[in-house]
Design a protein around this ligand. Structure first.
Ligand SMILES: [Zn+2]
Ligand SMILES: [Zn+2]
Length: 597
């Protein structure tokens, strides 16, 4: 759901109103005045409210709060809006320190009732229902009878600093959700459960894919052999496809002199994401947050003619960016990561075709990973951020829009949402649980070619400025791995699975035959393991299923005699016993067809 459609919508009002009722219930379970209420906005799929309370909340408290909420909802109370002066508001909330803080912001203007900056003028207003009043701009539902007591649920409690600032008191944030019907609520709760099961941090541990270690540092990922194998397979596939698509590979260093980053402008506009300088022989160097300046230096290494263009240079480039520790999240948000980066340099005449080509290539690659549904966002120029030069902007934006239309991708336009240096397409994948994941970016850059004075000699014999396009299709290997795990719930497609088959001998007698079969599979590029533990069969199958291994190949005397294995799939399906040769044919078909889409 787009954010703009959500704001003020029926569900938004239901959730906002339910948050008020929750705050009322929390107030009521603590002795007079002991509960200080802070802020409680609707969020995607629900709402929260922050409280300053004399003791930590327990699960029993949540039940009690929910019970009280249901009681209020069983009665009929109207939500009544009132506009008032700052002094009147201060009087109403005289015991509520956080509200006093917010009133000061409202009075100063430019802040809403959550202390968030807004453009419009602020009128101070309250909404009340029953005996509860909150500082609020609304909108709300008409009355508590518009809230379905069977469609609300409190979910959990988390710590949150007042105004998100760790120097402020830590508050208790209760998250809840509210829907129109019980059915909608149950559907959502089911999705939450599914999402929990697919959490890449949990599966990353269970499947032994990766870890992080406080002795190394937050947001720095260790790829274990299983995760590394998935990455290797993914990279191999992508790199091969890049070569087929007319890209060339380059390799560049991880550090560069301060002067490079001054020319590129990164030290001016990107410095908050860059780590402090290293000193090498008295010269300051910086870890690269992006690969672009290095690719540009390769471009500048020779005189370029129109006959050389387009140049498509790709690099699996490892970059380092500072992110606040609070926003780091498993593999999805990290401090060191490897982009599947490329830069395209082309002439204005080639540009529209290049954009078409890069978008189609992007979809081809993602579909090869079994991703089917996408949603694109086209970010356009903000004339305040990027004055002048509207012709190049218009041409580039038009090329992006035309490519999206030709590819028949659903897209939204983020009017004025582009960075100062050029328009872009962000491509999000919609996963099995209907969640959107940002993956690919195709980004024009009108800034770096100017700053580095990039030119090529055109047919007219004169120097012209090339177009430069940054693009990353998977985004980064770390993030992409996290998304893959969540999308597949850890059950990687056969061609990517860290272990593709496990051979399970029924008795020790069958072990020599099993070892030989394993060898035959291995020689044909299949990653197999032999489970020779003395555990019972059922336990071995359960373990293999937990590891989401696509094939379990069971071998007893009967299979050995017939020269076969009995395959069982991770879905639980049992296949008829087949020979290793037949199995290899089946497996290679599965591998070959993964990108035939
Ligand atoms: Zn409100
Ligand atoms: Zn770049």
């Amino acid at each position: 759901m787009a954010k703009d459609n959500y704001l003020g919508s029926e569900l938004w009002r239901i959730r906002h109103s339910t948050a008020h009722v929750m705050a009322q219930a929390v107030r009521d379970i603590f002795p007079e005045g002991a509960a200080k209420i802070a802020i409680g906005p609707p969020i995607a799929d629900g709402f929260y409210y922050d409280f300053d309370l004399p003791r930590p909340l327990t699960p029993a408290d949540l039940e009690e709060i929910e019970k009280r909420m249901r009681k209020v909802l069983s009665e009929e109370h109207e939500f009544i809006r009132r506009e008032l002066s700052a002094d009147e508001a201060r009087e109403i909330f005289k015991d509520q320190t956080y509200k006093q803080d917010l009133i000061a912001g409202l009075e100063a203007g430019g802040f809403d009732e959550y202390g968030e900056p807004i453009e419009e003028d602020t009128v101070i207003s309250t909404y009340s229902h029953d005996d509860f009043v909150d500082l609020c701009r609304g909108p709300h539902v008409g009355s508590t009878k518009d809230l379905n007591p069977k469609a609300i649920k409190l979910l959990n409690v988390a710590g949150a600093y007042w105004r998100g600032d760790e120097r402020n008191p830590m508050l208790q944030r209760i998250y809840g959700t509210a829907w129109r019907t019980e059915q909608e609520l149950n559907k959502y709760l089911h999705k939450l459960e599914e999402a929990k099961k697919r959490d890449h941090r949990r599966l990353g541990k269970d499947l032994d894919l990766y870890s992080t270690n406080p002795d190394i540092g937050s947001g720095l990922v260790l790829w274990h052999p299983n995760g590394a194998y998935v990455r290797y397979k993914a990279e191999q596939y992508c790199m091969d496809e890049h070569l087929k698509n007319g890209y060339e590979f380059v390799y560049t260093p991880h550090i560069g002199k301060a002067q490079l980053w001054e020319t590129s402008g990164h030290l001016t506009w990107y410095d908050e994401y860059m780590y402090s300088a290293l000193d090498i022989d008295g010269d300051p160097y910086f870890l690269k947050p992006m690969n672009c300046p290095f690719h540009i230096m390769i471009y500048k290494n020779s005189l370029r003619s129109y006959r050389d263009l387009p140049l498509r240079w790709a690099e699996w480039g490892t970059v380092y960016r500072y992110e606040r520790s609070g926003v780091l999240h498993g593999m999805l948000r990290v401090r060191g990561f490897t982009q599947d980066d490329a830069h395209i340099f082309c002439s204005p005449e080639q540009m529209p075709d290049e954009i078409d080509r890069v978008l189609n290539f992007c979809l081809h690659i993602l579909r090869g990973f079994g991703m089917k549904e996408f949603h694109a966002y086209l970010a356009t120029r903000d004339p305040d951020k990027s004055p002048g030069d509207s012709e190049r902007w218009d041409d580039a934006t038009e090329a992006l829009r035309a490519a999206l239309e030709r590819a028949q991708l659903p897209f939204d336009i983020d009017e004025g949402g582009a960075a100062f240096y050029g328009p872009k397409i962000d491509l999000k994948m919609i996963d099995a649980l209907d969640r959107e994941w940002q993956l690919s970016t195709i980004q024009f850059d009108f800034n770096l070619p100017d700053r580095f004075d990039l030119t090529y000699i055109a047919e007219d014999g004169k120097q012209h400025r090339p177009y430069m396009i940054h693009r990353a299709l998977l985004g980064s290997m770390e993030r992409f791995m996290g998304v893959l795990v969540e999308h597949y719930g850890g059950a990687f497609p056969f061609w990517l699975a860290p272990t593709q088959a496990v051979l399970i001998p029924i008795t020790d007698r069958n072990l020599p035959y099993v070892e030989k079969a394993a060898e035959q599979l291995r020689e044909n590029g299949i990653r197999v393991k032999v489970d020779s533990r003395t555990d019972r069969m059922g336990a071995k199958i359960r373990d293999a299923e937990k590891l989401k291994i696509p094939y379990m190949l069971v071998v007893g005397d009967r299979e050995e005699e017939a020269g076969t294995v009995a395959p069982r799939l991770r879905t639980g399906d049992q296949l008829d016993p087949i020979s290793i040769e037949e199995l290899l044919v089946r497996m290679s078909e599965e591998i070959k067809n993964h990108d035939q889409v």
